[in-house]
Design a protein around this ligand. Sequence first.
Ligand code: FEO
Length: 169
Amino acid sequence: MINEKLEKAFNDQINAEFYSEYFYLSMYAYFERMNLQGFKNWMNVQMQEEHAHAMGMFNYLHERGGKVTLQAIEQPKSDWNSPLEVFEDVLKHEQYVTSRINALMDVADEVKDRAAVSFLDWYLKEQVEEEANVGNVLKTLKMICNDKNCLYMLDKELATRTFVAPVIG
Ligand code: FEO
């Protein structure tokens, strides 16, 4: 059986992962309104990744004999002034998620659940990758994307991102 405090922390993180999916869905809607299909595709892949992150923890909690308790998902922001502003929010959000995963690992450490610490290691590595990916898009947007041509080129590039179901744990 999983420790109660750790079970609660996992349930909170499941909620945070589903919120992330919702947050990126809201950005997907923004890019749909802007008719930026590549950016929209990037968000679509990101949403699927977040869904996979949430379900990874959902399944793990069951595997450990814990109880999944779903919580209400907070309303995400729905308006931005530019793609740059969107990606600034994405990076901030991913940095926040990284801090949450670290805190969750601290709880697993505190209750001496080594299996959970090892499981969460995957999430920590994933966060390093996510922050790097988002950082790259943000760099391009900041450096060169003051004109419509650049946005068009970047949109074409982001259209190539594809979802590969992660093997978690
Ligand atoms: Fe599930 Fe983007 O962190």
